[in-house]
Ligand binder design. Structure first.
Ligand code: S3P
Length: 459
């Protein structure tokens, strides 16, 4: 009896300790797996291949899916966000596959999408959720769009309001948040002045206008990225721009296209930053999208005295493309705000890091949109850079940064699950006097999957 009891007790002991052991192992492998260590770096030199443009990749899949025929996309960005877009359209019956490294989208026309058998899941991608809502508002089936915890906190009323004005039946949680439920309802064209300077809102309206009765006019208070307009024109839409007005009228069909996606300026921005702030650096980034509505960062940096050359300007599929040469530079602080903010919105976190190494004060104003991105980017950057000893303060619509930091100190940092925060902090970490740790750094997958491998290549 005693023997049976002892064996039983021993078994329970082994089971519970091995469970604990297993849990610890799991935490180490998977919990810590997401943490990245960045070591100080002296300089960066050479040529770097930057991943393809995220905004253009999303749009190519969306328009390809509702065009007639086979769209071929060269250099499609295979990141988590863009794969989420593919997944949504596959669920609605579109054949999307790789062939000879090109992404093929077998479009079924404006009215060829099928009701999905389950919710559409955009994961972390705000672009997917907002743009796809425009298309789905014009379909003749019910659909629900959901995403991860971050997306459920981001404002969707900015698209619900104009789409509802067009006649869409689109409802959000508390009228504002995802999941979004869309039911069939006839659409009409509208005249709409954008209250927020947002390319996603503009694009949602333009996509919905393809299904509307009559003309739609979107008025932009200041330019935001215009990839949707460029691509709609290429697919044969009846769209024109007159001053601040974009005017679009519905047509019978969109025609499949061959699209080549340039490298993403927003991803190039981290390498531009490294070259500027690491001494004795000289890099060339080839084939970068330099659409004028994306490169506010270049204008700001040139005003600060940056040594940047834009070479071999050319046009590919309606988009401006160039090579960018950057050398280490002595920078001076500046004040930015107003119309430049929307054309460098995703680059402001990395701009804040660059400003730490400029001479004097840099002031960022009118950037309150940063608070509703994948994280609150004003709070995230100020909190984490302060941990490294930076002299940076948050303001209600931006940041004030005191420059001339020759180095920062090592620290344990949080990415807030936001790719642009993780990559910006990584660049800051290269200028620290000892290593930094960035938690949950795998979030870079949404736009730049091999970022940490690539930055190892410098010296
Ligand atoms: C995007 C537009 C911007 C940008 C986002 C991508 C797009 O968002 O921040 O990363 O592809 O249209 P907003 O339209 O919310 O400014």
């Amino acid at each position: 009896m005693y023997f049976i009891f002892a064996t039983f007790a021993l078994l329970i002991y082994f089971y519970s300790t091995s469970l604990l052991f297993f849990l610890l192992l799991w935490y180490n492998f998977f919990g810590d797996f997401m943490n990245v260590i960045i070591k100080p770096k002296k300089s960066i030199n050479g040529k770097f291949l930057i991943p393809s443009d995220k905004s253009i990749s999303h749009r190519a899949v969306m328009l390809g899916s509702i065009a007639n025929g086979r769209t071929e996309i060269e250099n499609f960005l295979e990141s988590a966000d863009c794969l989420a877009t593919i997944d949504c359209f596959r669920k609605m019956g579109i054949n999307i596959f790789f062939e000879n490294k090109k992404l093929i989208v077998e479009g079924k026309g404006l009215h060829g999408l099928k009701p999905p058998s389950s919710n559409l899941d955009v994961k972390n991608s705000g672009t997917t959720m907002r743009l796809i809502s425009g298309i789905l508002s014009g379909q003749n089936f019910d659909v629900e769009i959901t995403g991860d915890e971050s997306i459920k906190k981001r404002p969707m009323d900015r698209i619900i309001t104009p789409l509802t004005k067009m006649g869409a039946d689109i409802k959000g949680k508390s009228s504002k948040f995802a999941p979004l439920k869309i039911k069939p309802s006839p659409l009409n064209g509208i005249n709409y002045e954008l209250p927020v300077k947002s390319a996603q809102v503009k694009s949602a309206i333009l996509f919905a206008s393809l299904y509307a009765n009559g003309q739609t006019m979107v008025i932009e208070p200041s330019p935001t990225r215009d990839h949707t307009e460029i691509m709609l024109e290429a697919f044969g839409a009846d769209i024109k721009k007159i001053g601040t007005k974009i005017i679009i009228s519905p047509i019978g069909e969109l025609i499949a296209q061959k699209i080549t996606v340039p490298s993403d300026f927003s991803s190039a921005a981290y390498f531009i930053a490294m070259a500027l702030v690491l001494e004795n650096s000289h890099i060339v980034l080839e084939n970068i999208g330099v659409n004028p509505t994306r490169i506010g960062l270049i204008h700001a940096l040139c005003e600060m005295g940056a040594d940047i050359n834009i070479l071999n300007n050319r046009k590919v599929c309606g988009e401006m493309v160039a090579d960018i040469e950057v050398k280490s530079s002595k920078l001076r602080g500046i004040k930015i705000g107003g119309d430049i903010i929307p054309i460098m919105i995703d680059e402001i976190p990395i701009f804040a890091v660059i400003a730490l190494f400029a001479n004097g004060k840099t002031i960022i104003e009118n950037a309150e949109e940063l608070m509703v991105k994948e994280s609150n980017r004003i709070f995230a950057m100020v909190t984490e850079l302060k941990k490294m000893g930076a002299n940076i303060e948050a303001t209600p619509d931006g940041m004030i940064i005191s420059g001339t930091h020759t180095s920062l100190k090592g620290a344990n940092l949080e990415s807030y699950g936001d790719h642009r925060i993780a990559m910006s902090l990584a660049v800051a970490g290269m200028k620290a006097d000892s290593e930094i740790i960035i938690k949950n750094a795998d979030c870079v997958d949404v736009s730049f999957p091999d970022f940490f491998k690539k930055i190892e290549l410098g010296n």
